[in-house]
Design a protein around this ligand. Sequence first.
Ligand code: XLS
Ligand code: CA
Ligand code: CA
Length: 442
Amino acid sequence: MSNTHAPFFPDVDRISYEGPSSDNPLAYQHYAKDQIVLGKRMEDHLRMAVCYWHTYCWDGFDIFGAGTFGRPWHNPQNDRSAADLKMAAAFEFLTKLDLPFYCFHDVDVVEASESPEALSSNLERATENLGAYQEQTGKRLLWGTANLFSHPRYAAGGLTNPDPEVTACAIRQIRDCLNATHRLGGENYVLWGGREGYDTLLNTDLTRELENFGRFLSMVVEHKHKIGFKGKILIEPKPHEPMYHQYDFDTATIYGFLSRFDLLGEVHVNIEPNHSTLSGHSFAHEIATAVSLGMMGSIDINCGNYQNGWDTDQFNLDVRDITLALVELLPSGGLDTGGFNFDAKVRRQSSDLHDLFYGHIGGVDALARALLSAADLIERANLKDNKDKRYAGWEGDLGKTMLSASSSLDSIANQASAQKLDGRHTSGRQEYLENMINRSLV
Ligand code: XLS
Ligand code: CA
Ligand code: CA
């Protein structure tokens, strides 16, 4: 497929690394993709992706007003020619940013489709075109996903809808999009339960909805194996918005759900900082929980606004916050099939095409700085040694005996009394450790 529509960004060259002293706003100051950090190239650590929906689909509308962007690839009908132009713009932008991956929803890559049949066949055509662009540019698919929340039929959810006819439509979309992701060599398949949850318990059979959800998620996993898809199936935790309550509340909730339906090891998580903070957790907490429970999949990098708490999907420039998350992620081996997908959008007032570049360049450099900072911290601050020392007692006689199979509440209590054990607090050195973070920040 030759990109006959390009260029949409004629005055922007490929963005390259110019170093921290560069004052070129269309250059990377920290992201040097071939630089080796902790034994791996930066590009391979971060595996960054541009998302279709915020970057190419959104025209700047919000609930109070119409679109502000006037993108040259949009038209009011969102017809086939708009879908084709958008795809050309997408691969030009990705190539100019020099990032390896992209992500999409089925409806993002096709024209407006008036029926489920039309969506299936339009997706078929779009998959061919995406494959051709991948071939031509060397870009890869980090993940695909089906949009089960925008069409009015999904007002009460997709896989948890009260009406089986709606759920059947949702399943058809998932089947088609998982097949398309597989054909495109996608590395993961994501399910964000956009409307899997409820607005009021008064009309909701919570027991039935969760049972149906578990049953149909098992079918997604069965289908993945049937077609030989080697990527990971990922659920994306989010506590609320658009629904009052969403079943995939946070990573720990999903762990309980997967364990109930015997899906542990088959389904992992796609963690988003903005969703982490919405659920009352830090980004680092969600990463640490996923690593600890063996559920780490991928990351949708963004952040919310600290004052209003909504899902504002901003580019995350908070190097310290990302560093704290990477300190949890990197020692576990880092991302495997996952990556950092920019699920972030420029503000509605940022209506120039250049703003799309500024947004992503800032996000990329923040990730690169956080990677360098986390690597320095891990190497210099001996965080592992510090933790090992703090928990050393559990490797000694007392700790081992207490945890042995023959121990009981009585045996431990009796030992405490016989040996007159009188445990004392030792410092956790929190301020010392927090200072180490600030000293490592690049
Ligand atoms: C919305 C979600 C969504 C998913 C993909 O809050 O972040 O964008 O990542 O459906
Ligand atoms: Ca997301
Ligand atoms: Ca979000």
